[in-house]
Design a protein around this ligand. Structure first.
Ligand SMILES: Nc1ncnc2c1ncn2[C@@H]1O[C@H](COP(=O)(O)OP(=O)(O)O)[C@@H](O)[C@H]1O
Ligand SMILES: [Mg+2]
Length: 260
């Protein structure tokens, strides 16, 4: 089973946008049974898919209040796509995870193992907060693939170096596979093009060939709470997320019409 964590220590780089759209693409266009896990107390991925954490959330799993993940999972309007939501209660759960020490940090690995045993999903996509919290470290440790969304600005490359070196530290404790950095909010300007070239030349980790163009409909999709492919099927960012997921899966970059 694939466990994909979307990680960056910065906010506003497109983690949640990547998590919600990647989960949708995998579920609807690639027929994978996907569990999207919200590991950020801001709960943006949960809100996006209309999942309410008040009836059960990741915090309940971490703090042992829920006997089984099945009780916490909520369906979305889309086939093959469920959500395990979070809200602010994840903050205190996070503290208890820290207090409980190493074994509790296996929380998301235990969840992965339980899901594999049940054969309930083909992949987990985990939207992480912009910090190393106990929940995000637990997510990273459970992952088969780490994706690092990156918004190219002056500080981005330093930030990414720092992140990759911290991920490598976690790697000394557990196996961590960085699938690659994904350039988001790309614009056709000199500065962005130079930043992209620089990043690809001095990459501290692999960089996906596909970049995600900056498109106003991404903001619109958050208001509509619909994945890009549903909200604006012909937008540049929709095509880019579809191409990115094909690249991630190692599929030929053919027209979507032949993919379905
Ligand atoms: N490709 C894009 N084009 C335009 N706006 C984007 C794009 N990707 C993300 N955004 C916007 O940037 C903001 C931050 O994105 P978000 O995914 O919430 O980042 P993070 O989860 O890393 O904090 C949001 O307002 C989102 O709509
Ligand atoms: Mg986010």
């Amino acid at each position: 089973m694939q466990v994909i964590s979307i990680v960056n220590l910065k906010g506003g780089v497109g983690k949640t946008t990547t998590a919600v759209n990647m989960a949708y693409e995998l579920a609807v266009h690639h027929n994978r049974r996907v569990l999207l896990i919200d590991a950020d107390h801001q709960g943006n991925a949960s809100k996006f898919y209309g999942a309410r954490a008040s009836t059960g959330s990741l915090a309940d799993l971490i703090e042992g209040r829920a006997a089984c993940y099945v009780d916490l999972v909520q369906p979305t309007n889309y086939r093959n796509l469920d959500v395990l939501p979070s809200d602010m209660s994840l903050l205190s759960a996070d503290l208890s995870l820290v207090a409980a020490g190493g074994s509790a940090r296996r929380c998301l690995s235990d969840l992965r193992d339980a899901i594999m045993e049940d054969g309930a999903y083909d992949c987990m996509v985990i939207d992480c907060p912009p910090a190393f919290t106990a929940a995000s470290v637990s997510a990273i440790a459970a992952s088969t693939d780490i994706i690092i969304p990156i918004k190219l600005d002056y500080y981005a490359i330093d930030g990414m170096r720092e992140l990759v070196s911290q991920l490598r530290q976690i790697q000394t404790i557990t196996e961590v596979h960085i699938a690659g950095a994904l350039i988001t909010q790309w614009r056709n300007t000199d500065v962005i093009r130079q930043g992209e070239t620089w990043l690809r030349m001095h990459e501290p980790c692999p960089v996906f060939d596909t970049h995600i163009r900056r498109t106003d409909v991404v903001d619109k999709s958050t208001y509509w709470r619909k994945p890009l492919a549903e909200c604006s099927p012909r937008s540049a960012a929709t095509a880019d997320y579809a191409a990115f997921v094909r690249e991630f899966l190692g599929e030929e970059d053919t027209d979507r019409g032949t993919q379905i």
